[in-house]
Design a protein around this ligand. Structure first.
Ligand SMILES: [Zn+2]
Length: 98
């Protein structure tokens, strides 16, 4: 199965696609998953950023279109902790199906 087939089969418009899921289901490396998703992104997907709590590992609900939209601090409702957002550590790129 290709990444495109996987997305067509399992995701509806508006759904969020985690590269980790693609990596597992299509049996490719994480790097390859990102490359394939990037290649599909202009037409089929839109890149969005999410914050992951460094304390409990939950993904926060907010999605950001650009790096500049990401706040400097965030609050996790999973573990009720406020933390400074480190772009290298706490932010992940996911894709939204168009
Ligand atoms: Zn948390």
């Amino acid at each position: 199965m290709t990444v495109e087939e996987f997305i067509n089969q399992f995701y509806k418009p508006g759904d969020t696609i985690f590269p980790d899921a693609v990596q597992r289901k299509v049996h490719i490396s994480k790097k390859k998953a990102y490359q394939e998703l990037e290649a599909l992104s202009p037409d089929m997907l839109r890149r969005v950023y999410m914050i992951r709590c460094p304390h409990c590992g939950s993904y926060l609900n907010d999605r950001y279109k650009t790096i500049r939209d990401i706040p400097k601090e965030a609050e996790c409702f999973g573990c009720d902790t406020e933390f400074p957002v480190d772009l290298g550590q706490n932010v992940i790129v996911v894709y939204k199906r168009k």
